[in-house]
Design a protein around this ligand. Structure first.
Ligand SMILES: C[S@@+](CC[C@H](N)C(=O)[O-])C[C@H]1O[C@@H](n2cnc3c(N)ncnc32)[C@H](O)[C@@H]1O
Length: 327
């Protein structure tokens, strides 16, 4: 039997001594067997926590995927193997923290949404699409946007929304008659549509056209903030969070569209932990409210859309508050 296959077998048997000996002899921990599974997945599937640790310590990637797009963490989660799951979760968080630091060092002047903002978009009743047939915003998110609006408007006062899209969250925010409602939107066509549809005429609405990164000096401080952009990455969201101490008033509520890794259940958990850890370092506590979304997401929803950006049954709506307010 070749070394890779022996590793898989030792992982399945939870034979950590054998695993370590094979690794020491140079066996490849990134090996995939004929079913597309690697040793880490085999160990996770059967809940062999020590074997999971030994493989991770030998450099097995926590985030490798099987042909059905499942990671070792997904296998541990599905089978209810808590110890193996916790070890993989921790490995995922640590790895992403380190990778984030490296990415920030390498990319000091990032402009991740440059292309999208220069391209055409198209509107239909149920979606807003970019020029590559990727969905910028879709109507199925309507109940989620209602819930986000409710959360950020719960204290009344002055509300800020970053990213207008189809105006779902802004329409919901208007129902709470906030003292003021500031909307930042960077796409010229989305902005023109806002103007055409009368948003600039609303008494309490203040529209700021531009990228949030560029219009920060025009922003004040708010009682409720919602963030939902497009064509940006986790690093951009993280960057926005660095401004919360200035943008969010004491007692204020912050929320964001939690589409983080919406195609994989385990990666999503890793990123929910990561974002709440990073918010905690800034002095905010995050509560995730589970909302079932399976019923509003039939296959027909994605017809004509290039990428299913959400494939999970539950949406976790983040509600963030300063730790000082929760004590
Ligand atoms: C997902 S949509 C927002 C959907 C919105 N929450 C709703 O309820 O319809 C994202 C919006 O953010 C805008 N956007 C993208 N990058 C931005 C940036 N850097 N600053 C401000 N707006 C941005 C996009 O043009 C798009 O209209």
């Amino acid at each position: 039997m070749e070394e890779g296959a022996q590793l898989c077998e030792a992982a399945r048997n939870g034979d950590t001594e054998k695993l370590k000996a094979l690794i020491l002899a140079g066996a490849d921990v990134t090996y995939f067997d004929g079913e597309g599974l690697n040793p880490l997945m085999h160990a996770a599937k059967l809940g062999h926590a020590d074997a999971v640790t030994a493989l991770l310590e030998a450099g097995a990637p926590w985030n490798a995927l099987s042909p059905s797009n499942l990671s070792a963490g997904d296998f541990a989660m599905e089978a209810g193997h808590e110890d193996a799951y916790d070890i993989l979760l921790n490995a995922g968080i640590q790895a992403e923290l380190v990778l984030g630091t490296i990415a920030r060092r390498e990319k000091k002047d990032g402009d991740s949404d440059g292309d999208y903002l220069e391209d055409r978009v198209s509107f239909s009743e149920d979606k807003l699409m970019d020029s590559n047939c990727k969905a910028v915003m879709m109507a199925w998110e309507h109940p989620l946007m209602e819930a986000h609006a409710k959360a950020v408007c719960s204290g009344g006062g002055h509300i800020l929304n970053i990213g207008f899209g189809m105006g779902l969250v802004d329409t919901a925010i208007q129902k709470y008659s906030p003292a003021s409602h500031t909307i930042v939107e960077a796409h010229p066509e989305v902005y023109q549509r806002m103007i055409r549809t009368g948003w600039a005429q609303k008494d309490n609405v203040n529209i700021i056209f531009g990228r949030w990164q560029d219009v920060l000096p025009q922003l004040k401080s708010y009682d409720g903030i919602f963030f939902d952009t497009y064509g940006e990455y986790y690093e951009d969201l993280r960057e926005f969070h660095q401004h919360l101490p200035v943008l969010l008033k004491p007692g204020g509520i912050y929320s964001f569209f939690n589409g983080l890794c919406g195609g994989n259940a385990f990666f999503h958990v890793v990123y929910c932990h990561l974002v709440s850890l990073e918010l905690q370092n800034l002095g905010y506590s995050t509560q995730f409210i589970p909302l079932p979304v399976k019923d509003c997401l039939g296959d027909e929803v994605w017809e004509g859309v290039k990428q299913k950006y959400w494939q999970l049954d539950t949406y976790y709506l983040p509600v963030c508050q300063s730790v000082d307010d929760t004590e």
